[in-house]
Each structure stands twice: as C-alpha cells, then as structure tokens.
Write a new protein. Sequence first.
Length: 314
Amino acid sequence: MKRVVSLLIFALLLNGCDDGDLIQEDISFEDVAAQNCTTNDIIYKLKDSEALILEVLGFTFPTETISQELDINTSNRVLYRFYNGAVTSSTICETIPPATPIVMDQWTTSGGKIVINTTAIKTTNTTDNSTKITGYNHNITFKNITFVKSNGTQVYETFPFGDYVISATPLPFAFNKTLEQCSSSKQLYDYNSSEALILDIDPALIVNQATPLNTPRTGLISDTKNKLTYRLFSGLLTGAYFCNTTFPATPAVSEEWIAVAGVANESGIVEVTTTTLGTGFKHTVVLKKAKMKKGNSDFILGDNYIYGELLTTN
C-alpha cells in the first residue's frame, strides 16, 4: 500500500511541474549573419533547419547614429521556425516558397520590444587621417519577448538577434577646388552638379595682401564665424543657387552636414595663405582636422583638407 501511495504522489508531482510554461528550449542565432529579403520587409537568420525571422512592415532602417524601440505586434513580428530539412533564403523570401523543407514547428510572439541601436561604420585613410562612412550597423535586441509555443510560452528578458549591416555610398566630395565668392556676404563656395561645400568665411581672412612665408591667416570654425556646410542635392545644382538672400527650395537638399566648432591649435582650423598672381591675388584655403556632423553621425575631412583657391583683384 505504501508503495502505491508513493507512486501516486510521484505522478502528481510530475503532473504539477508540466504546466507548459516551464519547459525551456534553447535557441541561439547570435553568431549567425543576418540577411534580408529584397522584395519585402523581412530580415532573417538561418542555421541548418532553423530560421529566426524578423518582419518590420514599412520600417526604414536609419542612416544615422540613433537608438529606437518598436513594439512587437502584428506589424512587427518575430517568428522562430524549425524545418524538416536544410532551410535557404528562397524558403523565406519567395512569394511561393519551395515545397520542401516543410515547417515542423513555429513559435510566434505575443509581446515585447525590438530595440535597434544604429551606428556608423567608418573607414580611415591612414595617409591623411580622413574618415568616410561606408555603412551602418543595426544591432537588434528583443526585450521582454514572449514566444508562444505549442506547449506553452517562453520568455526572454533580453534576446540578442545580432547585427544587421547596410552598406552606404560615401559622399562624393568631387570638387574642383576652384572657389567662388558672393560679392555681398563674402561667402565662399565650391560646387558641382550634385553637391556643395559652403564656407561663411570671416572676411578678415581674405585680404588682398600676401601672407608672410609659413604664416597663414587663421580662424576657427564655429556657428557664427567660418561656418562650414556640406550639402548633397537630389536635383541638378547650378551657380544660381548661391548668393541669394535665402537659399532656394530647389534643388532639394537630401543631406546636410555641418562642421563642429573648432578648438584652438587642435581642430576645426581655417588657414588662408595669400600670394600674388599677376596683378591679382590667390588665396589658398585649407581646413585642418575639420569634423562634419549630421545628427549623431560624423566624419573627418582629414589633417589638411585643401578646400580650394580663390582668385581676387584689387
């Protein structure tokens, strides 16, 4: 009798523990590279016969350093799938997926947050210490995510999806280094059909008098004096854009980067060397360690960026 009672108690204990919420099954895709479908808003990771799928409808991954949070809902879904064979990108992305492999199990999600931390990927030119942004890394983490399984739920306080990298085309900076100057504002500018580099130069730096050898006129970049602005346009840029009371609305500006304030003897320095040229003067403008910034993203023009040459006459 004692033996029967003991078996009954043991069976009750086993039944009490199997409530469907306590069975933890390990899934990890942290070391797997993220891919994306080109025809929809799906980002996914594949590992043998497993797939971790993130769908964010209508979301555009940013091209700036920023942190964002999205709610997991019907528009922003996370799915885990287990197949009966090796899974490929066509299994995830094709409008009509192949007949095999077959989904054997699928976990959906009922709540949580998608945290996306975006940072710029930069390359450095070791010759002049200039930097270029060549892409953006989106580190994705799920917070307080609840997976709904066939046998219960599985909750993660933090579940790392990993990095999703988007390449970026570096800004052209295809200038001819021949500067022009507005007659009234004295603003300098260099431009081509799609971009402009504008310097609201301190008039005291452009003087029709030769500078002594190795002694250029200098100033610091700031918002009020020697403001440096880079603009990339989505339409055709011509000289008519410049030297107006206000800048025209067209062509539209697609990107604008503004130089950060300079620090004496360290960064953001404007140097002007003036020499005689026939009956006129040539002013060579160099920007030293100028850092351009848009939002929380930035890049450096280099130790000595030759902005260009301005020709003037008395």
